[in-house]
Ligand binder design. Structure first.
Ligand code: SF4
Length: 347
């Protein structure tokens, strides 16, 4: 059954952030780091919290206040809350759900690089995020092994230099925009200096969960980059896209950064026509192309979010029947060993 609140979408202008600090780094320091802090901010009593709290299975809570303010107070089924609150379902043990369902370790020629797809290489730029999403496919990723000191980036960059077939660098993590400007700009400058690289793709949830990260300095650096810059934001529900996100996206577009969205199809959150239709429409209003809808991976601790291929196909067929084609994202899944994402047609 679809929780009623999953399909309720708040007006774009609802959220005002006058009480939050301007500086995104301060906001990150002040983020909620326990479920109790988050639930108290949403008005849940101590008694209610006792009923809602579950073991975090070693994946700690991290929620910026800018994101928490978009949740509905007193609503345990809020689709934003459920993305970040540890739930009892994380304890489900199923052998078909494991720590590395995409077998990324097989495509890891050295710490910090995933070279899986032809022409592209993924660089683990940061070992942390601004938010910890409970459905994350890298929630078990060995960041401590992969996290590079800035001086160690040179090894990754040398690998890229030695592979002239790589034309596109994907900055991932963790979240690359969780790096400070000096760190990020140093990395971009080094990538720009590699002649065969043409495109820089940044995957980040920060424009959505902490939009104050999209500073003028960041936008100017991306605009002045020799490479074509694509920013893939990761929004899963229309309620994430409030006025602060709209302003961040406007700034990026003014600086010629291409914006795409990639969502994950998640039970309890967005696995219904109404939620995904509203998400696509609001993304498009913000100048973001709804590009991919990912079927969830078989990640240990995330079975309660799982949606079957058949259900995904049926929902996308419903979208296709009532929306313009450019608003309907491609339904895809990453499968271990395949040289590209698998694209599924609507049922
Ligand atoms: S921001 Fe992305 S990488 Fe970070 S926890 Fe969320 S889904 Fe995972």
């Amino acid at each position: 059954m679809i929780p009623q609140s999953a399909t309720q979408v708040e007006p774009l202008s609802l959220i005002k952030h006058t009480s939050l600090p301007e500086d995104w780094r301060v906001q990150l320091r002040e983020a909620y780091r326990t479920p109790q802090q988050l639930l108290s901010s949403l008005g849940f009593s101590a008694e209610q919290q006792k009923l809602m709290l579950a073991d975090d299975q070693g994946f700690t809570t991290l929620v910026p206040k800018a994101f928490a303010k978009k949740m509905r107070p007193h609503d345990p089924t809020d689709p934003l809350l459920l993305q970040v609150l540890p739930q009892a379902g994380e304890a489900i043990v199923d052998p078909s759900f494991n720590d590395d369902p995409l077998e990324e370790a097989r495509f890891n020629p050295m710490p910090g690089i995933v070279h899986k797809y032809q022409g592209r290489a993924l660089l683990i730029a940061a070992g942390h995020c601004a938010i910890n999403c409970r459905y994350c496919f890298r929630r078990h990723y060995p960041y401590s092994d992969q996290k590079r000191a800035r001086s160690e980036w040179q090894q990754s960059l040398s690998y890229i230099e030695q592979h002239p077939d790589i034309e596109e660098i994907i900055l991932s993590g963790g979240d690359p925009l969780a790096l400070t400007d000096p760190q990020l700009f140093e990395l971009i400058t080094a990538i720009e200096a590699i002649p065969h690289i043409k495109r820089l793709r940044i995957h980040s949830r920060l424009p959505i969960v902490l939009p104050q990260r999209i500073t003028l300095e960041l936008c100017q650096r991306l605009e002045n980059c020799r490479l074509t810059c694509v920013l893939v934001v990761h929004a899963n529900h229309a309620n994430e896209l409030a006025i602060d996100v709209a302003q961040a996206c406007e700034r990026l577009r003014q600086h010629k950064v291409q914006l795409l969205n990639q969502s994950v199809l998640l039970a309890q959150i967005n696995d219904n026509l109404a939620s995904l239709k509203k998400l696509s429409e609001r993304l498009f209003d913000l100048g973001i192309m709804p590009y991919y809808l990912h079927l969830p991976d078989h990640v240990a601790g995330t079975k309660h979010f799982f949606v079957s291929l058949e259900r995904g196909q049926a929902i996308v067929a419903q979208m296709q029947a009532c929306m313009s084609g450019y608003l309907v994202p491609k339904l895809v899944r990453e499968e271990p060993g395949k040289l590209s994402k698998t694209l599924y047609s609507p049922a």
